[in-house]
Structures are given as structure tokens and as C-alpha cells.
Design a binder for this molecule. Sequence first.
Ligand code: ADP
Ligand code: ILO
Length: 344
Amino acid sequence: MSLTFPTFPKNCRSLLCQYLTPEIFEALKDKTTANGYTLAQAIHSGVQNPDSSIGVYAGDAESYTLFAPLFDPIIKAYHGFDPQSRHYSNFNPDALNADNPDPEGAYIVSTRIRVGRNLADIPLGPAISKAQRNEVEVRVSQALSRLEGDLGGSYYPLQGMRDADTAQLISDHFLFKAGDRFLEAAGLNRDWPEGRGIFHNNDKTFLVWINEEDQLRIISMQHGGNIGEVFSRLARAVKALEQSMTFSYSDHLGYITSCPTNLGTAMRASVHIKLPKLGSDMKAFEAIADAHHLQIRGIHGEHSQSEGGIYDISNRRRLGVSEVQCVQDMYDGVVALIEAERSR
Ligand code: ADP
Ligand code: ILO
């Protein structure tokens, strides 16, 4: 980690290289948050990986204020959200107007909605110590063990998990992958695999990742396109967990997450959907996705490719829009995509 202005390749398009000016660098390079997080750490992932789309990570809530001259324009560029704006929440399933967009099951393979959360009194993953990470694992797995009914389940630490079980959980889309180079450079893979793990109920429709990019990723998922059921289960689970944990939240930025793309609702609502015809006309596909604030990913998560004409389609905006609006964005866009696929 250097204290000299980084050089980026000419073709670099990340938000970091667009917004890190020499003036901003000079003004921020000697600042350190109360948890000891520095500008050099915040930009390290984007400096090491010039093909990043964003390139920065926060080490704690204070990073977003201390390094605001860099973070604010990045947040504005990604979410369209101004530094003086206020985030608002609406996680009420009754406010959602999203029936199953594909009741015959011709297009949608599965639906998944996740939110990121971090404990208010512990630094975010990039600045967390080994002892603090282990403490998060204990506190969160204990809270999860108190859940009942369809949310009840078991916690499986990554350490000691059989390789075949890990591989199966990853290929079934339930578990995060190891070795992500963006997370690696952000310091998020330190002490791997200690302190990480996955909780899930019997049906694997409710899952919680512990200590991946955020301390918690709370996930609701199931086969098919019943978005309302997936959203309701998630809302119920989050409410239940809030009884025993206080999550980091600010009126300005909503839920505080290590990557600025996840601020606000920290929600990604997605479907795995078969769109082989649109997939062979990416220009038209991307135009519909852009018009509906959608992101297109491959079926093994971010930075992966499509397989068999199946794509992961999700809301792109998460901050300055409510949870209900995130899902509404995804629903409206999926309806438009199915219509376009059908008419080809
Ligand atoms: P995140 O959703 O936390 O941003 P990723 O993009 O890495 O993270 O996705 C994590 C896992 O969730 C991947 O295995 C991905 O294939 C799976 N996944 C995402 N959306 C769906 C979906 N609608 N149905 C099934 N699996 C999904
Ligand atoms: N740091 C990576 C990923 C950014 C958005 N995705 C996630 C998972 N936070 C990049 O800048 O491309």
C-alpha cells in the first residue's frame, strides 16, 4: 500500500479511477478512522484490480464520512444519490405489487432476495480483527439458533467442512465462493476460512452467510417465480434477527455495508431466468435492463458467465429507494424481459 498517487492503466473505467483526483488523494491520504482504516486500504482493491467496476471498500461507518470527498461521488454515480439526501425504508410485504411474473414456470428458474447487514459495534470486514470476526460468528450463530418454525436451522462453519460439501453448496448456489480477488485485495479474505460459515433451514429457503463481504448476508430463495413469498420470508427473518442484534444504520446511507454499491437497503433481488433469444442480442437485452435499473450477471454470481441462456437479473439501485421499490424494479424489468423474449 503506497502513499503516492496510484497510476491506473489508460483503459481503466472504475469509479475509483474516475473520481480519485490528485487533490482528493492529497487531502485524504493521511487520514485514519478510529478503527485505524486508511485511504490506502479503502482504494487497495481498485488499485490492484484496475478492471474493478467500483474499486473501493469501507472499513467502518466512519469511512463514509472521513473519506466522503471520494465516496460521495462514487455513491452518486452508482445510486444517483446526493450527499444531502436521506434514505428511507419500506420492508412491508403488503406494499409489494409483484405477482409471480411467470406462473407457468417457462422462464424463471428461481428467485432469491438477500440483504447485507453488519453489527453496529464492530468494524466492517475490511478493518475487522480476527478476534472481532470470531465474535461476530459466535453472536450471529447464537441469534440464529434461537429462530423457530420454517426459519429454524443449523449453522455450518466453513472451517472443518468437507471439500465435497463446500463444492456442492457452491454449485447449488447456496454458498459463497473462496478466493475472490476483489475481496482478497480489500482484506476481506484474511484468516480464511476461520470465522466464516453458512446457516440454513431444512429446505434451504432461508440462509445466512456469516463474515463474507458483509458480516451477515440474509437470504431468502426458492424455485420458481413467487417473488412475494420470497420477500415475505426475508422480511420476517430480518425482523426476527433485529430482536437480538443492532445493525449499523444511518439516516443518510441506510444500512452500512463494506461496498458502497450495497448501501441503503443492501438488497439484491434476483431471478435466474431463461432468456436464450435475448441473450443472442445483448444490445437489446442491455437496453431493457438499463431502462428498468437492472443488472445482468451470469449464473454463478458476480463476474461469472451465463450458461444455457440462463441469466441472473437483479435490481441495480439499493440506496434512496425502499426495499419494496428494489423488488418492484426487479419485477417490472423481468415482466419486460419475458415480453421481449416471447415476441422474438
Ligand atoms: P450476492 O447476491 O450476495 O451479491 P453473488 O452474485 O456472488 O452474490 O451470488 C451469490 C450466489 O447466489 C451465486 O451462487 C448465485 O448464482 C446465487 N444466486 C443469485 N441469484 C439467484 C437466484 N435468483 N436463484 C438461485 N441462485 C441465485
Ligand atoms: N469491488 C468489485 C465489486 C463491486 C460490486 N460488487 C460487490 C459484490 N460488492 C468491483 O469494484 O468491481
